[in-house]
Design a protein around this ligand. Sequence first.
Ligand code: ADP
Length: 253
Amino acid sequence: MAGTESPEVLVAEEVRKRYSDEGPWAVDGVSLALRRGEVVSIVGPNGAGKSTLIQMMLGLLVPDSGSVRIFGTEMATGRRNVAHRINYASTDLSLPYSLTVRENLTAYALIYNMRNIGSLIDRLLREMDLDSFRDVRVGSLSTGQVARMGIAKALINDPELLFLDEPTATLDPEVSAQLRTTLQTMVRERGMTLLYTSHNMREVERFSDRVYLMNGGRLVAEGSVPDLMTRFATEDLESLFLQMVGREWGRDE
Ligand code: ADP
């Protein structure tokens, strides 16, 4: 890893995207920066534009205007140069369902050219509580097990920057807590940066260094949870979320 790189691992500037020529903006002028070793969440109602924004950050969707740079590389054009340093998991994961959990992870480890694949996979299976399912076909797993499998896959290349779109939506409380511990260790010990979305406000409060509130395609507030509570005179993030949605922050009308 280059020690001379800027502390900002991701910089988005005035990113815009709509899905049709005359349609509404799904993402409407978003600028943000992520620093190395931060846990940052994006919170907003369904349709706020979170997934569209993450897809553009990953270089999977091309912005209509604006730019996203990761490790200094423009994602719309240079995604391949940084793909080995980032990873992503979401709830709409599609995996080769006829392969077992271990076969799937082995395939991804080979794609990323990882070393010591056996011990890497053993560790990930332990961390994601999937050890006893290693030889089970992915098609036979429960929703929560598939989600854990998706996160194991997202960790396979030891990413420096990880995007998780609603990682704990289908997980039970115990597994969610275990996942947070695993991710916190990766952040602390390896300086990983994590950007994630969640509708679990308690989780966001406990887990995030900073939060972006998103509504109507725009970022409408940003700060640490205590900062936001003070600034908006609210007791918790859920009250702030309801304020944001109720008052239609970020929407023009
Ligand atoms: P969120 O992740 O916050 O729920 P999305 O990014 O999925 O928000 O959606 C933002 C807006 O873009 C919504 O109005 C949604 O209906 C629209 N949208 C998302 N994906 C598509 C798509 N593939 N085609 C057309 N519209 C889309």
